[in-house]
Write a protein that binds this ligand. Structure first.
Ligand code: ADP
Length: 619
């Protein structure tokens, strides 16, 4: 017998499970049955693909037993099993780095969210919520020796040699007070039906029934299959009700909510396959992490192949959950080859078109529901604009943006219908804060002319806009760039520009190290000045993003300062000859414009000195 310590993260996890998740304690059974089903899947795969296992007759089943009179629950399977090494590795450590991080960062409300438990593969340990002692007796397929793993979930476990007739795993739960209720046949049966009905293998429940009467009990063992053990996605669509999909979805994802959208496709003809996709109502917390959990499982002829193949759908659709089941792929296709497999690539591209098509339908038929979707998943969806060239046009119809004239998100096509007859472009402003953007002086002219400007305040917008470029031959123009205002320049503006030519030259000399150029502005009405980026330079927001991404040596593009020739301050400044005042003013105009656009100023102390000199004059 050997004694082992749990990895410290396991202890943390156990603590978390026992103290935070006990209100959902029944899920332990879902977790153990799902592990048993995975173990059977793994073995089934080997018997179909590996010569060594082909000849061995296995009976694939899961048994749940409630023994008579004892406070125990036993779950066993005839799956792949574990040897000594596997037991240490699988039931003594947390393998996935994602789960480790998750345990470290879990706090506050998240602790109460039992949905997360299944998502992170911490399933097995959940049995310590209802058991004070757990025995795992396992024998690995193709090996002779069996081992027993025992633990009370308090820091240590033991492993010793044991006996088991055939390969597979038996888990004996010595129920604690919290777990006593799981000796009820009715209770256990309803939990299995609730969570594990579509598990592809039969689950038999064994229990004792009193065939006598109260005074003279006569206990007899009885057994029955409690799940439907069929692959739901293979059943005719006409047979399936919303409830069936919902239950399947919850079982698949561990989400307690209903899915927002269900897309079930049974393709026949040149290629035969089934896909069943779901879009959840809420985005999972790891959606933006590099090690996000992939949501689609691949089956070949109902045999589970893999769930960690991130190529099954493009990355930008990583929020889609579900299954792909192909009739045409060879079972022993290697995972590496899957990547380039033509059949699978075809399923993938038709699936993407189908999903985007259904989203388009939703947007057209039920805007409210689409907005519910869009608010959760707009960022990954927008990634598609530069990731998926072949569906760019469809994606252009699916993305929406906030706007200066609309209360809610608007699509580009809706914007187009509201364009003024002589409007040359679709205008937008980018930045990280909607309130600030809406107050930007850059929007003054557009507001005066009643021209709508799209507000793009997601970080990713700055990056995807170049991939949109044009929408149906209409240019998209950033109002914080030099060119956008040219569309509106009039003779009057040119005349006004002439008036301040001398002043512009003076300011340019003073600010020559700070700005790329100083120009007369056609886009301002209430503000004296603004800064814009030159056409091909990164905007201030883009420079922020690049720096946040760790690109410290990202080019520091100088802005263009535009001054408003019709503004009182500029008009008066035009008449001033005191060079000290012109210098102070030049800096103040530039620095306040930078502050409004969310940039930092180089020398705040000097800024405040200059401002105080003017404040003193005003008092
Ligand atoms: P997960 O199943 O999400 O990986 P668990 O903590 O539930 O996380 O299980 C850890 C590992 O232990 C599994 O990945 C699997 O390798 C192994 N395991 C658990 N139960 C069984 C079982 N019944 N048969 C074979 N292996 C098992």
């Amino acid at each position: 017998m050997s004694k082992h310590q749990f990895q410290s993260e396991v202890n943390q996890l156990l603590h978390l499970i026992i103290h935070s998740l006990y209100s959902h304690k029944e899920i332990f059974l879902r977790e153990l049955i799902s592990n048993a089903s995975d173990a059977l899947d793994k073995l089934k795969y080997l018997t179909l693909t590996d010569e060594q296992f082909k000849s061995i007759p296995f009976q694939f089943k899961i048994d749940v037993e409630i023994p008579q009179e004892e406070s125990k629950l036993i779950i066993s399977d005839t799956g792949i099993g574990m040897n000594q090494e596997d037991l240490v590795q699988n039931l003594g450590t947390i393998a996935s780095s994602g789960t480790k991080k998750f345990v470290e960062t879990m706090s506050g409300d998240m602790k109460k969210d039992s949905n997360l438990i299944g998502q992170f593969g911490v399933g097995f340990y959940s049995c310590f919520m209802i058991a004070d002692n757990v025995e795992v007796i396992s024998r690995k397929a193709g090996e002779d020796k069996a081992y027993k793993w025992t633990s009370d979930g308090k820091g240590q476990y033991e492993i010793e040699e044991a006996e088991r007739d055939q390969n597979g795993t038996t888990i004996i739960l010595h129920l604690n007070d919290e777990g006593k209720e799981y000796t009820s046949k009715w209770q256990v049966e309803s939990i299995i039906k609730k969570y594990s009905n579509h598990i592809a293998f039969p689950i038999h429940l064994h229990h004792f029934e009193n065939k006598g009467d109260k005074d003279k009990p006569k206990w007899e063992k009885s057994s029955e299959q409690v799940n439907s053990a069929s692959a739901l996605w293979k059943r005719a669509k006409s047979e399936l009700k919303d409830e069936d999909y919902k239950e399947f979805y919850q079982n698949l994802t561990g989400d307690n909510d209903d899915p927002l959208l269900t897309i079930h496709t049974q393709a026949e003809g040149a290629q035969e396959y089934t896909t069943l996709f779901f879009i959840p109502k809420k985005a999972p917390y790891d959606l933006y992490r590099a090690d996000y959990q992939n949501g689609v499982k691949l089956y070949i002829k109902r045999v589970f192949i893999t769930e960690d193949n991130k190529e099954l759908l493009p990355t930008y659709l990583r929020f889609v959950k579900g299954i792909i089941d192909s009739e045409d792929l060879p079972l022993n296709v290697s995972r590496e080859i899957l990547q380039q497999n033509r059949i699978l690539m075809n399923i993938k591209s038709t699936s993407v078109k189908k999903i985007l098509g259904e989203l388009g339908k939703m947007a057209a038929q039920d805007k409210e529901k689409y907005l519910e979707f869009y608010k959760e998943f707009r960022r990954p969806l927008k990634e598609g604009l530069f990731e998926d060239f072949s569906n760019r046009e469809t994606l252009q119809e699916l993305v929406m943006f906030k706007s200066t004239t609309q209360d809610s998100y608007t699509s580009l096509s809706d914007y187009k219908t509201r364009m003024k007859p002589d409007q040359k472009a679709i205008y937008y402003i980018t930045g990280d804060n909607e309130t600030n953007l809406k107050a930007s002086p850059l929007l003054e002219m557009y507001r005066n002319k009643n021209i709508e400007v799209l507000i793009m305040d997601d970080e990713i917008d700055e990056i995807i806009i170049p991939s949109i470029g044009k929408y149906k031959d209409i240019d998209l123009k950033a109002v914080n760039r030099s060119d956008a205002a040219k569309d509106f320049e009039t003779e009057k503006d040119k005349a006004a520009e002439k008036e301040i030519k001398g002043l512009i030259k003076k300011i340019k000399d003073i600010l020559k190290d700070e700005v790329k150029d100083v120009r007369s502005s056609a886009r301002l009405s209430d503000s004296p000045a603004c800064v814009v980026a030159d056409e091909t330079d990164p905007t201030i927001n883009m420079q922020h993003i690049l720096r946040a991404m760790g690109q410290d040596n990202a080019p520091q593009a100088k802005p263009i300062l535009e001054i408003n020739p019709n503004h009182e301050i500029i008009k008066k400044l035009n008449m001033v000859s005191d060079t000290a005042i012109i210098e102070d003013m030049s800096y103040l105009l530039l620095e306040q414009s930078l502050l409004i656009e969310g940039a930092t100023i180089k020398n705040p102390a000097q800024f405040s000195q200059r401002m105080n000199r003017f404040l003193q004059l005003a008092i």
